[in-house]
Design a protein around this ligand. Structure first.
Ligand SMILES: [Zn+2]
Length: 339
């Protein structure tokens, strides 16, 4: 992964490239940004820049993309670039929580010599899913970081991390890309594959994330999932109990889709709110169901719904019972609309 292949995020890229060329690379970074906005790409591009065999003196502004180190990073096989998950260390977890055992295993590697003689990188995706024990265990490394290691935490919301962790890492916020940027990227790369309406749809639902927009274009199942969510919402606005219970049952059964469901809902609610604040007509490419909803709820209600949808990712990642959390969420939505 090379910096030049990453669309947008110019400031973040420049900052990191400068840190490498001025030998001021930190031991810990937090990359914060929306779902699939490019956090992992940036973390990998940074690792490649440092480990690239054609950049031994750190003067280049990008990795070569072709040497052995670059090729291994691209294929996910570089032994000194570790993407830390429970699965990596064979730790079984039914929830999404990153276990303290996983962090302990990682620490063993942090304090051993690198395999290839260069710097070691540990990238922790969804780091807000570390429970307090895991974070406290990680804190020990942050307090006494080994010279040759950089740890990169990826997260959507850094507020879920302990203050003590935050204060010992460099926080880099990756802002959502502008709609025009997402459109430009998709038009450039998918014009032969998707038509104008599909591209617009992906742009408007993307939350400014290119990765997410791509996923929407390429995945038929996700589009069906969107239609389903719209139907349930439409039913709830029509005070239809069957839709409410249907939505609850659906979420309980489809635990693995919850990230997508929440981010899709927050995306269309945000769009609605902006249209309402600007007093614009809501021309939803998200389908006629959403247009039907738009005219029947107030901006105050949209704001409340958005608050609900935004607070649940954290509750769900930490809550002991996923089923209770999604049940309560739908009831809260119902209450705002019909209460
Ligand atoms: Zn290289």
């Amino acid at each position: 992964m090379r910096f030049q292949d990453i669309f947008g995020h110019e400031k973040a890229k420049e900052f990191l490239i400068n840190s490498v060329s001025s030998n001021k690379l930190s031991h810990a970074y937090i990359l914060e940004g929306n779902y699939k906005v490019g956090k992992m790409s940036i973390a990998l591009a940074l690792s490649a820049l440092v480990l690239c065999e054609n950049n031994k003196d750190n003067v280049n502004s990008d990795s070569c993309g072709e040497c052995k180190a670059c090729t291994m990073i691209k294929s996910g096989t570089h032994p000194d670039v570790r993407v830390v998950t429970n699965e990596l260390y064979g730790i079984q977890k039914t929830s999404k929580i990153i276990s303290v055992d996983t962090i302990r295993e990682m620490k063993n590697e942090v304090y051993t010599k690198s395999y290839m003689g260069g710097r070691k990188f540990f990238i922790i995706p969804n780091s807000e899913n570390m429970n307090v024990n895991a974070q406290n265990s990680l804190l020990k490394v942050f307090e006494e970081p080994p010279e040759d290691t950089t740890i990169i935490l990826l997260c959507e919301n850094s507020n879920a991390l302990l203050e003590t962790i935050l204060s010992r890492a460099v926080l880099i916020r990756l802002n959502p890309l502008k709609k025009e940027q997402v459109r430009e990227y998709l038009t450039r790369n998918f014009a032969n594959y998707a038509d104008e309406a599909q591209i617009s749809f992906a742009v408007n639902s993307s939350n400014g994330s290119i990765g997410y927009a791509q996923e929407l274009l390429q995945n038929e199942e996700l589009r069906e999932l969107q239609n389903k969510i719209c139907e349930y919402f439409f039913g709830i606005v029509n005070a239809d109990y069957t839709s409410m219970y249907g939505f609850i049952l659906f979420l309980k059964k489809n635990n693995s889709d919850i990230d997508f469901v929440l981010s899709y809902m927050s995306s269309f609610l945000r769009d609605m709110l902006i249209s309402k604040q600007k007093r614009e007509e809501y021309s939803s490419l998200n389908g006629e169901k959403l247009c039907g909803i738009y005219s029947r709820i107030s901006s105050g209600q949209v704001m409340k719904l958005l608050d609900i949808v935004l607070k649940y990712p954290e509750l769900i990642s930490k809550n002991v019972s996923y089923k209770i959390a999604v049940h309560n969420m739908v009831l809260e939505i119902w209450e705002v609309i019909n209460g």
